[in-house]
Design a protein around this ligand. Structure first.
Ligand SMILES: [Zn+2]
Length: 505
């Protein structure tokens, strides 16, 4: 905490899908992000941060609750949403006198999944915004204010007819990203003929955030959550980023077929992967301006000095490593390792680097501690302030994924239901060692991820005796993760539709 008696404002920004190495010092991506490069020096960098799961829902649920996926059960084998009885950060912040606001480009951080319970206002994106990107829209398509309840549009979207129409459109869209790109460009020109700026997924997030921050009474501390989704597939180059026929040619012929990959019909070749990675890096860089604008809004409102600002990601993104594409399904390093930068009030500890393992489950105790919340029974997380002081973690950092034992085949994606997510994997980090456990084959692997970040050399045989205490939590987590929830209700089906439209998120 800073020396002031006022509780700090707390703002958490999640860059969806941004892997740790994209924002690491000296990376190609960071070098194209002038704001973040400067901003990084005001932060404490937690250099070994791990996401508890490789996709949006369980990972955000862990961030908001301080619990692991097998504890909060908001994952594909659990309820697919966060149980409303589970206490979460926003509600606790609200009880401490905070104004709680959520702005998410990702529609999984919405009332559909209960993730925004406890926020006084929540704004979230439409799924179509991932496809139809513009630089224009400044109002959120969806918002929710307690206690008004679910908006009529949301109810309509849950109807059978609406689901069928959306599913058809989404399938066509997925197969034709180049056409959609063209559509976005035409829409951009029609809506904003003067604008040649970058297109964004849900460009309303920053303007809504800025307006809302200005509206919060100065006497009230603010807890703001923001999710930016630009680095999520499918990838479009921004207007002006492609030069000449050759670049256009490779972009238009690059295949971004996630459903094809899931059904084993499409295996991206080296060239495809290089192109996808280049488009991804460009998408990550395009968020630099949004980050700068979020900080600017806090400065303009006079809150910045006393703001604790967290910049992180909910999971990474893979481009061919271990045969993986995009995210979900696995606990490999490109999916679990995320950036974690914390700017403490008054830039305390600026430029510091913390080499201990940390996790998104550490954020809940960290932020409650900063807000002056009462000491509560501890979950698995550790306040980051303790890691900064060099205190050893009492327990290992863990993570889990719900994979699949089968290819999805030619079944329509809507038919891919939770029972297909039957290959639970867990991971544990301790010292330089990462253990991976596959609950189906019961195989354990060990990697020295500091020496061998590509996880190419399994050293389980050599390490077995030394890391026995890691094995137990791994197996326990896998057993808890594998328990299947009861039958699906309509909400679970609706979330599932949303997930399967994209394969998973
Ligand atoms: Zn995500």
């Amino acid at each position: 905490m800073s020396g002031t008696s006022h509780p700090p404002n707390i703002v958490v920004v999640v860059l969806d899908c941004v892997r740790a190495d994209a924002l690491a010092l000296g990376s190609r991506t960071l070098s194209g992000m002038p704001f973040l490069r400067r901003f990084r020096s005001q932060c404490v960098a937690f250099e070994r941060a791990v996401a508890p799961a490789p996709w949006t829902l369980p990972s955000h649920a862990s961030l908001f609750t301080g619990a692991y996926p097998w504890e909060h059960r908001a994952h594909a084998r659990g309820g697919n949403w966060l149980d409303s009885r589970t206490p979460r950060l926003a509600g606790k912040m609200r009880a401490l006198g905070y104004q709680t606001l959520s702005f998410s480009a990702n529609d999984l951080v919405s009332p559909i999944t209960n993730l925004v319970d406890g926020f006084q206002s929540a704004y979230w994106g439409g799924w179509w915004e991932l496809l139809l990107r513009t630089g224009r829209r400044s109002r959120a398509p969806k918002r929710y204010r307690q206690p008004e309840g679910l908006e009529p549009l949301l109810r309509l979207r849950r109807s059978e007819g609406a689901r069928k129409v959306l599913k058809g459109f989404s399938k066509a869209a997925w197969a034709n990203t180049a056409y959609l790109d063209l559509g976005s460009r035409i829409a951009q020109r029609v809506l904003a003929p003067q604008s040649h700026g970058p297109c964004h997924v849900a460009p309303w997030v920053v303007p809504e955030f800025s307006r809302a921050v200005a509206r919060v009474p100065a006497s009230k501390p603010l807890f703001g959550f923001v999710n930016l989704l630009d680095a999520h597939e499918p990838y479009y180059p921004n207007p002006g980023a492609l030069h000449g026929l050759t670049e256009w040619g490779w972009y238009l012929t690059s295949r971004q077929d996630k459903q094809g990959w899931l059904s084993l019909e499409y295996v991206p070749n080296e060239k495809d992967l290089v192109r996808l990675r280049a488009l991804y890096e460009q998408a990550v860089r395009s968020m630099d301006f949004s980050l700068g604008s979020i900080v600017h809004a806090l400065q303009k409102s006079g809150r910045w000095e006393n703001t604790l600002f967290v910049l992180t990601a909910d999971h990474g993104q893979a481009f061919g490593e271990h045969g993986l594409l995009y995210h979900g399904l696995h606990v490999a390093e490109p999916l679990l390792r995320v950036p974690l930068l914390v700017r403490f009030p008054g830039s305390e500890g600026h430029g510091e680097r913390v080499p201990q393992w940390s996790s998104l489950v550490d954020l809940e105790p960290t932020l409650l501690e900063a807000a002056g919340g009462p000491e509560m029974a501890r979950g698995p997380g550790v306040p980051l302030s303790e890691l900064r002081r060099g205190r050893a973690r009492p327990r290992q950092v863990l993570a889990a994924s719900e994979g699949s034992t089968r290819a999805f085949g030619n079944a329509p994606m809507a038919a891919v239901s939770r029972e297909r997510f039957d290959r639970v994997r867990t991971a544990a980090y301790y010292g330089p060692i990462k253990l991976q456990f596959d609950a189906v084959s019961e195989k354990i692997q060990a990697f020295d991820v500091l020496q061998d970040p590509g996880e190419t050399r399994d050293i389980w045989g050599m390490q077995r005796g030394r890391v026995l205490d890691l094995e137990d939590p791994l197996r326990r987590a896998a057993a808890m993760m594998s328990v299947r929830e009861g039958s699906l209700d309509s909400r679970a089906r609706s979330v599932e539709e949303r997930l399967t439209r994209w394969g998973y998120d």
